[in-house]
Design a protein around this ligand. Structure first.
Ligand SMILES: *[C@@H]1O[C@H](CO)[C@@H](O)[C@H](O)[C@H]1NC(C)=O
Ligand SMILES: *[C@@H]1O[C@H](CO)[C@@H](O)[C@H](O)[C@H]1NC(C)=O
Ligand SMILES: *[C@@H]1O[C@H](CO)[C@@H](O)[C@H](O)[C@H]1NC(C)=O
Ligand SMILES: *[C@@H]1O[C@H](CO)[C@@H](O)[C@H](O)[C@H]1NC(C)=O
Ligand SMILES: *[C@@H]1O[C@H](CO)[C@@H](O)[C@H](O)[C@H]1NC(C)=O
Ligand SMILES: *[C@@H]1O[C@H](CO)[C@@H](O)[C@H](O)[C@H]1NC(C)=O
Ligand SMILES: *[C@@H]1O[C@H](CO)[C@@H](O)[C@H](O)[C@H]1NC(C)=O
Ligand SMILES: *[C@@H]1O[C@H](CO)[C@@H](O)[C@H](O)[C@H]1NC(C)=O
Length: 479
């Protein structure tokens, strides 16, 4: 009897203690803070740590895929018809991008490194070979014609040269040459006036770096982990060089918060665009079972000035706006009339899609996106998709341009992508599971308290019956 009562009262006391402890844990956020400190400790670039070695030699493979547009009707186009193109590819390369010449700066709060990229052809992931032929615009010839269109002496020389070499607006090229460089006959003939007689979209890009990066190590503020401070002396952010790292821009708080929130505005720097753009939260995703937020550049980023007046700065020269979805990058491509867009003119004015037979813009295939695990800020998956176009127009001084209509002509596009590798995904899954358990400990404690409370009430009610019968019996005993 005594033992039973003791049990019941212990249950009651334990229930109250658990409830108090649970509520205290919720209010003090002790586990959130523990987790927070744990993440803070993990995400700092320090010689000898795991995150440092992952940062130095990222395990997930990065693939660069090239797609070209093969022109089927060059003569009709020169007579003023719409171009009709057939997409070929992908020609897939595995990208290796280790961090080299690593130096720690400012008491280990920053780190400087170069990031050379090496491209190795992956025949198994490609459709076709580097020896495939593609008929497309002759970029060096179009550039030369465009540059000297208003110079009557030089344009005559170049026009005659092109005739004698039988070079026109369009030509047929080996895919490998067009990417990695070939000796161009026109540039060779112009040798005294040009610095290099080779041309390639990725000429001299294999094994070379694009300058020194300075990044925050996360020592001062873990939310700065691997964020880029400077690139070649310029302040900027390039998520592509650190795609597997986080690159958020926020402030530290005392209590727990996920590293990435849905309200985050991710700054994306791309040297191909010579500028930075931003991406906003779009949806929840799951990559290899790990929860993530998908960020994509909103359509305003590429909108024309009517829709987004902020884009006036991209109309070069001033006031010369090309329309939604196009960026004139001529100034950062040595004056070549190159215009960037999303593949198949996705999110661009319908006009550019209609101008070319064979364009078929699709969100899933052609948008740039980045999926980030909110808890850790790690990139789960990213795909950068960009199209290289050439501005073609009739130039009276060059009979080669015949009656061609003014066109934003697509040459090729890239899909540079990364997906977290299985090993890292497993590790991250463990962290996410652990975090969920840890964060829920106070609620588990409270639930236990409530369960015990219920047990206590039930036991008390059952106790009442023998107590009253005992009381009934008592007078009998006395008498
Ligand atoms: C990291 O430590 C190793 C061994 O102590 C040393 O050889 C290496 O130079 C260090 N790296 C940096 C970037 O300080
Ligand atoms: C590095 O740390 C030392 C000692 O803590 C301090 O005196 C010095 O100012 C720090 N240097 C920088 C660049 O932060
Ligand atoms: C790039 O360089 C690496 C190593 O130097 C080589 O194995 C690879 O084939 C090269 N890639 C291309 C496309 O030339
Ligand atoms: C591209 O078109 C040219 C000319 O019609 C043809 O010779 C070539 O085989 C085509 N390339 C591919 C990969 O289909
Ligand atoms: C990012 O941080 C810098 C300074 O650290 C600040 O000037 C800038 O406004 C921030 N950008 C965004 C988008 O929050
Ligand atoms: C901008 O785009 C909108 C919708 O696509 C169009 O109505 C408008 O005429 C465009 N403005 C310019 C300046 O191209
Ligand atoms: C692109 O910009 C350059 C100057 O950077 C300018 O000369 C050229 O006309 C522009 N192209 C178009 C199609 O607007
Ligand atoms: C781009 O790469 C991603 C990841 O490898 C792949 O899922 C997607 O199909 C590719 N898209 C295109 C258009 O090649």
């Amino acid at each position: 009897m005594q033992l039973k009562a003791c049990c019941i009262y212990s249950t009651g006391v334990l229930c109250i203690l658990l409830l108090i402890a649970g509520i205290a844990m919720v209010l003090s956020q002790v586990f959130q803070n523990l987790l927070n400190n744990r993440i803070k400790k993990e995400v700092v670039l320090e010689n000898g740590t795991e995150s440092f070695s992952v940062w130095q030699n990222p395990p997930p493979p990065v693939y660069m895929q090239f797609y070209f547009f093969n022109l089927t009707n060059p003569n009709e186009v020169l007579d003023g018809d719409k171009p009709s193109v057939i997409q070929i590819g992908p020609y897939t390369y595995r990208e290796f991008r280790p961090m080299e010449e690593v130096k720690f700066l400012e008491n280990g709060t920053k780190v400087a490194a170069v990031n050379p990229k090496t491209y190795v052809f992956e025949p198994k992931m490609s459709r076709g070979s580097e020896d495939d032929l593609v008929r497309t615009a002759n970029i060096p010839a179009v550039t030369a014609m465009d540059r000297y269109k208003d110079n009557p002496i030089i344009n005559r020389v170049i026009s005659d040269l092109m005739k004698s070499l039988s070079i026109g607006v369009f030509g047929t090229f080996r895919v490998g040459d067009l990417l990695w460089g070939y000796e161009d006959p026109l540039l060779k003939a112009l040798k005294p006036f040009v610095t290099d007689d080779h041309f390639g979209l990725f000429y001299k890009k294999n094994g070379t770096d694009d300058g020194e990066y300075v990044l925050f190590t996360g020592r001062r503020n873990y939310r700065d982990f691997a964020r880029i401070d400077m690139w070649n002396g310029q302040s900027s952010l390039d998520w592509w060089s650190t795609a597997e790292c986080n690159m958020i821009n926020g402030t530290d708080g005392a209590s727990f918060h996920p590293v990435i929130t849905k309200a985050e505005k991710l700054d994306i720097f791309s040297s191909d665009l010579c500028r930075s753009i931003y991406a906003l939260y779009e949806s929840d995703v799951s990559v290899r079972g790990i929860p993530g937020f998908r960020f994509v550049p909103p359509s305003e980023v590429f909108a024309n000035v009517t829709i987004n007046p902020d884009n006036a700065g991209f109309c070069v020269p001033a006031g010369n706006c090309l329309g939604s979805g196009l960026l004139n990058v001529s100034a950062c491509k040595e004056g070549a009339p190159i215009i960037m867009s999303s593949p198949h003119f996705y999110q661009a004015d319908e006009k550019f899609v209609q101008d070319i037979f064979g364009m078929n813009p699709r969100k899933e295939e052609h948008e740039t996106s980045i999926d980030i695990n909110p808890l850790t800020g790690l990139v789960l998956q990213a795909a950068k998709r960009l199209q290289v176009n050439l501005y073609l127009q009739q130039i009276p001084a060059f009979s080669q341009t015949r009656n061609i209509r003014t066109l934003v002509y697509p040459v090729m596009y890239i899909n540079e992508s990364i997906v977290i590798d299985e090993e890292s995904a497993k590790n991250l899954q463990a962290v996410v599971t652990m975090a969920n358990v840890v964060i829920n400990i106070p609620f588990i404690v409270i639930s236990l308290g409530i369960l015990l409370g219920m047990a206590f009430i039930v036991l008390m009610c059952r106790q009442k019956v023998p107590e009253s019968s005992a009381a009934e019996r008592d007078p009998l005993l006395v008498s």
